[in-house]
Design a protein around this ligand. Sequence first.
Ligand SMILES: NC(=O)c1ccc[n+]([C@@H]2O[C@H](COP(=O)([O-])OP(=O)(O)OC[C@H]3O[C@@H](n4cnc5c(N)ncnc54)[C@H](OP(=O)(O)O)[C@@H]3O)[C@@H](O)[C@H]2O)c1
Length: 326
Amino acid sequence: MKYRKLGNTNEQLSAIGLGTMGMNHAYGVPDDKESLATLNLAIDLGINFWDTADIYAKGENEKLVSQVLVPNRDKIFIATKFGFRWDDNRTRSFDASPAYMKTAVEQSLKRLRIDHIDLYYAHRVDPNVPIEETVGAMAELVKEGKVRYLGLSEASAASIKKAHAVHPIAALQSEYSLLTRDPEAEILPLTKELGISFIPFSPLARGLVTNTLDISTLGDDDFRRTLPRYQEQYAENNRKLAEGFAALAGAKNVTPAQIALAWVLSQGENIIPIPGTKKTKYLRENAGAVDVDLTQGDLQTIDELLKKYPDTGARYTAEHEKLANN
Ligand SMILES: NC(=O)c1ccc[n+]([C@@H]2O[C@H](COP(=O)([O-])OP(=O)(O)OC[C@H]3O[C@@H](n4cnc5c(N)ncnc54)[C@H](OP(=O)(O)O)[C@@H]3O)[C@@H](O)[C@H]2O)c1
C-alpha cells in the first residue's frame, strides 16, 4: 500500500481507503461473512482508512465494522458521519444541529464500541443551521477527546471556507469519479489551497465504470435504481464507455476498476478515494490500483472516451441535489 497525509496533519492514510456502506446498505444483498473477511483483509493489505456513517443500515453498518475495528483499533483510522436521521424508523430527514450532533456522536461511539472517532464528518451542510454553529459544536467534540479530526461532505466552497475559519477541516468528502467531475471547477482547487484532503466517494461511479455492473440485474431495493445514471435510458452510453475503459485496462494488463481508481489518484496528491466493496476479490483489486501508472497517452484515451460517450446521466435526482453543495 502507499500512504497519503490527512490534510495538514501527520496522519498517514492508505491511498486507497475502504467504504463500508454497501456491505449492508443501498447495494445488493448483504453477506456479513464475506464483508467481515473483507474488513480483515483490509488490515492485511494495509488499508487503514475506513469509512462508515450512522445512517448506513440504520446503525447496523457501524456495528458490523466494529467487529473487526475493535480488536484492531490501533491499526485503523475510522471515519463516520452524522446528520441524516430516521425520525420514526421510516422517514429520513437531515439535521446537523448541535443538539442532534451531541446525541448522534454518543450513539456512533456506542455502536462502534470505541472511545473516540478519528474523523467525524457532517454528512451534509444543513441549510437550516449556520455552518459555523455545526462546526463549532463539532470542535467541542475534539476538545472533549471524542473526535480527533473534522470533515464535511458535499459542502460548497463558501461553507468550506467558513467552517475552516472556525476549526481546521481535515477532509472534504464529495462524489468524484470518471463520471462525476463537478468538484474540479472550484472544490478541488480550494481543498488543495487550504491543505484539506479531498476524499472521493463513489469513485467507481457505484460500479458503473468497472464493466461488471449490469443495471438490469439490480434488485428492487437497490438505491441505484432511484438515480438517473442507472436508468435504461443511459445504459447503452454507459456500457460502451465501460467497455472502452475495459479495453484500455486490458492493454495495460490491469482491470477497469484499477484504471478508474488510478485516474482519481492522479488528479492530486491530496486525494484519497474510498471505493466500496463487500468482496475480498474486489478489495485486492482496488488495493492494486496504487501501483497503476497512467501515461499521458492513457489519460488522453480516457478523455477521448468521455467525449465520445458523454450521455452518462445525472448522478443524483433534483431532490438529492438539494442537500448537496450547501
Ligand atoms: N458522503 C456521502 O454522501 C457518500 C455517498 C455515497 C457513498 N459514500 C461512501 O463512499 C464509499 C464508496 O462509494 P460507493 O460504495 O457508493 O461506490 P463505489 O465505490 O464507486 O462503487 C461500489 C460498487 O462497486 C463495486 N465494486 C467495488 N470494487 C469493484 C471492483 N474492483 N470491480 C468491480 N466492481 C467493484 C461494489 O460491488 P460489491 O458491493 O459487490 O462489492 C459496489 O457495487 C461508500 O462505501 C461510503 O462509505 C459516501
